[in-house]
Design a protein around this ligand. Sequence first.
Ligand code: NAG
Ligand code: NAG
Ligand code: NAG
Ligand code: NAG
Ligand code: NAG
Ligand code: NAG
Length: 481
Amino acid sequence: MGDPAKWALLLALSICTSVEGLGVNWGTMASHKLPPKTVVQMLKDNGIQKVKLFDAESSTMRALAGTGIEVMVAIPNNELAAMNSYQRAKHWVKKNVTDYNFKGGVNVKYVAVGNEPFLTSYNNTFDRVTFPALQNIQNSLNEAGLGDSVKATIPLNADVYYSPPDNPVPSAGRFRKDIGGLMTQVVEFLAKNNAPFTVNIYPFLSLYGNDDFPLNYAFFDGGGAAPIVDNGVKYTNVFDANFDTLISALKAVGYGNLTVVIGEVGWPTDGDINGNVGNAYRFYDGLLPRLASNVGTPLRPGYMEAYLFGLLDEDTKSVAPGNFERHWGLFRYDGQPKFAIDLSGNQQNKLLVPAQNVEYLSQKWCTLDPNAKDVTKLADSIKYACTYADCTALGYGSSCNDLDPSGNASYAFNMYFQTKNQDPVSCGFQGLATVTNHNISQGSCNFTIQIAAGSSVALGAKSLLAFLQFVVAVAMLLSVT
Ligand SMILES: *[C@@H]1O[C@H](CO)[C@@H](O)[C@H](O)[C@H]1NC(C)=O
Ligand SMILES: *[C@@H]1O[C@H](CO)[C@@H](O)[C@H](O)[C@H]1NC(C)=O
Ligand SMILES: *[C@@H]1O[C@H](CO)[C@@H](O)[C@H](O)[C@H]1NC(C)=O
Ligand SMILES: *[C@@H]1O[C@H](CO)[C@@H](O)[C@H](O)[C@H]1NC(C)=O
Ligand SMILES: *[C@@H]1O[C@H](CO)[C@@H](O)[C@H](O)[C@H]1NC(C)=O
Ligand SMILES: *[C@@H]1O[C@H](CO)[C@@H](O)[C@H](O)[C@H]1NC(C)=O
């Protein structure tokens, strides 16, 4: 094979390889959403073959049709009670799974029944309705003849299991006492249907919730963290320890072999002292090669199916858990990558492929008017802006925390102005604010411009043509040999 041919083959291969089974979470709690077709193109361009959704929105499903991408559709918590009716569950499955099950349709692989419904902070609100919903959905899938290829599962937070404070090792893992009986029923049902247990594991949250938590233990590079020794097994990172706590809890109820899928794992880049690009890079740079190498954990060696959280920043997510909630994306709100990382796990640090053809609002910012006279209402105005727009970058340890008080006000005003699509009325603030054409970004703090509504045309004829030309070129080069 000649050099150009070899090069072309390598190029073609490098486009196709990725961590086997790498998925991402695609959440849509954003004031300005990229069009679904644009997002699907991003998935394809970055070699992502699995996606986890939080609903089964039809525009999303249409965009995924024909791509072959494996999809986890979802039933939100507030619809679980309705799914306690078998007829209703059957209807959901028909409309949101079966109707897409044709050649060129959507490759649905899982139905997520609820989203972390047993979270401690929900005070057992969904305990009664979740298991019947799971049964009705899986039984409907089975009745529709899809039970072998589509599995119902419940994405659960890692707070459904624990190891006792007097023996805090993975092998002592048990399900939480208040839901012990319920978890046993859920696990039995999943096992009976060959469906996986889905768990969200966040080393960042272990760190966030605990001042004494050793930072290095949140990452995969050891970094000098003293290992936890458990029956001779050394744990040097909290991810493995947490995962194996689950395996022990499953073993304790007789299902130590149940398949486990990581529904969410990731690291935020802003909104907290530990939420930054450097730490996110360090986390993913450890996680991705591990997933690629199929090492697994001490109690569960081998392949692990995982969905990163998340694909894009979401500026309207609740900040009840913390300001970092709006900054989980590998990509910014506009589909621009935040850092270079090799999703294939080969540590090539390729810049991720951004969203194509994104259209932005005009190059206009809203700023504190330097000539503003009466500033007594300033604090109220900032508070108002930040109630309706995302100011989480202003907080302690975040990317805009260094701004002086006037920069702070401008940041808040601009975020509100952009959220309101640059409506001139939204840059008033009782005479305190004014529109400028100058980019008022400062240092690490980006004063962003929002994307235009209905922005971005999907893969146009032009890029399709370019792709075909590429395929032809590769074929020609190969035939030269
Ligand atoms: C299908 O999913 C969508 C989006 O999650 C939901 O609004 C709709 O009610 C579901 N359809 C049925 C028939 O339940
Ligand atoms: C759970 O209970 C706590 C304490 O009683 C309360 O503050 C919180 O609002 C409750 N949360 C929900 C989701 O009901
Ligand atoms: C779990 O899997 C292992 C290896 O495949 C097998 O030897 C063992 O019997 C299984 N245990 C159970 C409880 O099914
Ligand atoms: C900037 O605004 C944030 C959010 O309103 C506030 O927490 C912070 O104290 C302000 N900082 C300054 C320097 O004004
Ligand atoms: C504004 O300036 C910042 C810092 O130089 C830059 O990163 C950003 O891309 C600029 N924004 C626009 C919309 O040009
Ligand atoms: C600001 O935007 C530029 C690109 O416009 C990007 O390189 C930089 O990482 C961004 N900074 C933050 C803190 O988001």
